[in-house]
Design a protein around this ligand. Structure first.
Ligand code: MTE
Ligand code: MO
Length: 433
């Protein structure tokens, strides 16, 4: 792995814990074996200064192999509860399935997927959102303007990272090794993107949106965006996309995009720009960071596991596929009675789930679960079932959802080079003793 990939995928604390001198070299470009102090300079010093939010007057005295205490002490998961940290720089954390049991995901259980560093100043009072590009009336709005000029709506909306389930790819795919928990359905309060775009006056030539946020690129370079995605204008005009200023009735969590974010349900989470500062309309497919190359793209044809695919043969991921998650019982739990209550959620991008089936015999037979309607268009659907375990022993509970277009979850992974869109059936281990 390259140095950069090393730090992107492992995170700072792990790097320093393993080999502090090597971490210094990778992170700060410091060749400290030559000199116990190994002066910090140039890019390394700038990166560190950007991360600490201040210059370091005594940087010449800074000892080698020491992670700055401000970074080491920082609790990157403050306000979150029970999440598994996959990386601390950028912060990436997922939620174990049994903690996603609620119909509406509490903020402290909502996963975090950052591509860069969250901004320091997220004061809602000073926040500004600019709408420009191919619109008749470009505008810059405060959060108070959004609230007073547009209808405020509250919706439960599912966000799932395009890479959820990547950990199960074989051959493996680089990137955060998400298992099941890069998905959540909080209740968001905001205004409809459509209403704001209509007020700005969408010009005929506009075909795509482009989103910008206030997060900082890992390099610390001013003006360099970690991620800027967009959606086709027809998608942007659907009525369940929100510019949200509240998550579960309170201000957004810092790492979920405080104080303002887009929420685009049913499409890869990356469309839901956090720390939202600008939306502009374009007459080309948006080509911001993480829109091109292989990012959030899959091959435009079936490929063999491990096959090398040229960049030109990739297409942008649009709707997310049909999927379900078992949230009770927790995997590896032991039950004392033969009757087990199974619960979970199912969703399919831009579609409704029509059926969820449960199996306790490795898919030989299935029983249908009770399935609720979504709270609104864009929310996942709760399911529940009571299953009877015939004898003491080991079981796997499997769930399989089918949507209203007849698409059903597969057994086998649809392999692709970057490990996106894994919607294989969720399996949970249970022992009856
Ligand atoms: N500005 C900005 N917005 C962003 C990202 C980011 O790195 N920067 N990550 C995106 C990705 S890849 C996902 S999956 C979702 C995750 O939202 P969450 O962290 O609130 O769960 O945010 C999206 N919005
Ligand atoms: Mo994502």
């Amino acid at each position: 792995m390259s140095d950069k990939a090393n730090i992107d995928h492992k995170g700072l604390r792990e790097l320093y814990a393993k080999d502090p001198i090597e971490a210094d070299r990778i992170f700060l470009g410091r060749e400290s074996h030559k000199d116990r102090r190994g002066f910090l300079k140039g890019a390394g010093l700038a990166t560190l200064g950007a991360m600490l939010g201040a210059s370091i007057p005594f940087h010449r005295n800074y000892p080698a192999g020491l992670i700055p205490v401000a970074l080491a002490d920082e609790n990157v998961l403050e306000g979150k509860d029970g999440l598994t940290l996959l990386n601390d720089r950028p912060v990436n954390a997922e939620t174990p399935p049994h903690l996603l049991d609620d119909s509406i995901t509490p903020t402290n259980r909502h996963f975090i997927r950052n591509n860069g560093i969250a901004p320091d100043d997220v004061s809602a009072d000073d926040w500004k959102l600019t709408i420009d590009g191919l619109v008749d009336n470009p505008m810059t709005l405060s959060i108070a303007d959004l609230k007073s000029r547009f209808e405020v709506v509250k919706m439960a909306l599912t966000i799932e990272c395009g890479g959820n389930g990547r950990a199960f790819f074989n051959p493996p795919a680089k990137g955060n090794q998400w298992t099941y928990g890069a998905v959540a359905c909080s209740e968001w309060t905001g205004v409809r993107l459509r209403d704001v775009l209509n007020a700005a006056g969408v010009q005929k030539t506009a075909i795509y949106t482009a989103h910008e946020g206030a997060d900082m690129h890992l390099s610390g370079k001013e003006g360099k965006l970690p991620l800027s995605r967009g959606v086709p204008i027809e998608k942007a005009m659907t009525d369940n996309i929100l510019i949200a200023f509240e998550q579960n009735g309170a201000p957004l969590h810092l790492h979920n995009g405080a104080p303002l974010r887009l929420v685009v349900p049913g499409w890869p989470g990356s469309c839901s720009q956090k720390w939202l500062t600008r939306i502009y309309l374009r007459d080309i497919v948006h080509d911001g960071p993480k829109m091109t190359g292989k990012a959030y793209r899959t091959p435009n044809r079936p490929v063999e596991p491990g096959e090398k695919v040229e960049t030109k043969d990739f297409k942008i991921i649009e709707r997310m596929p049909v999927k379900s998650l078992i949230t009770a019982p927790a995997t590896n739990s032991t039950v004392n009675g033969s009757t087990v209550e199974v619960r979970g959620h199912a969703w399919s991008g831009d579609r409704t789930i029509r059926k969820v089936d449960i199996s306790i015999d490795f898919g030989a037979t299935w029983q249908s679960a009770e399935l609720k309607s979504p709270a609104n268009d864009g929310a996942w659907q709760d399911f529940s079932a009571t299953v009877e375990l015939p004898l003491k022993g080991y079981y796997e509970i499997w769930a399989r959802a089918e949507d209203d277009a007849g698409e059903m979850q597969p057994h086998a992974i649809n392999w692709n080079p970057k490990g996106y869109l894994n919607n294989t059936m969720h399996r949970v281990a249970v022992r009856y003793s």
